[in-house]
Design a protein. Structure first.
Length: 123
């Protein structure tokens, strides 16, 4: 049976649930990009509580093993914490464009004294 989304469904969704959807959609767009060198899969891993999001590479590039995290984001204390972002331009601009306020995004890969100068949340 096909599920039809009601137009008011998004309007009644909590901001955190919207942000979870944004994170998953943004990371899936990166996962869908083909890896140019070798037999490498890129995929999204979401924790059961939907509070941790990973973008991972896994496979072989010629004779070298490829395995690692490209992005780690977490929903914590009603904010999105970006623990690691190894994408070329970063996902923060995409989150802001999707509607996440900058003061609800923490660039956790920077120390707190640097975060005060980023234009994003400190913690």
């Amino acid at each position: 049976m096909e599920t039809v989304n009601h137009p008011l469904e998004k309007a009644t969704q909590s901001p955190l649930d919207q942000w979870r959807e944004f994170l998953e959609r943004i990371l899936q767009a990166y996962a869908d990009l083909p890896y140019r060198y070798g037999e490498v899969l890129t995929y999204v891993v979401v924790s059961g509580d939907r509070n941790h999001y990973l973008l991972m590479h896994e496979g072989w590039e010629q004779h070298h093993r490829v395995h690692g995290i490209l992005v780690h984001a977490e929903i914590r204390d009603s904010k999105i914490w970006i623990h690691y972002d190894g994408t070329e331009d970063g996902i923060t601009d995409e989150l802001v464009a999707a509607g996440v306020p900058k003061d609800h995004i923490v660039l956790a890969f920077h120390p707190p004294h640097i975060r005060t100068h980023t234009g994003y949340a400190v913690a």
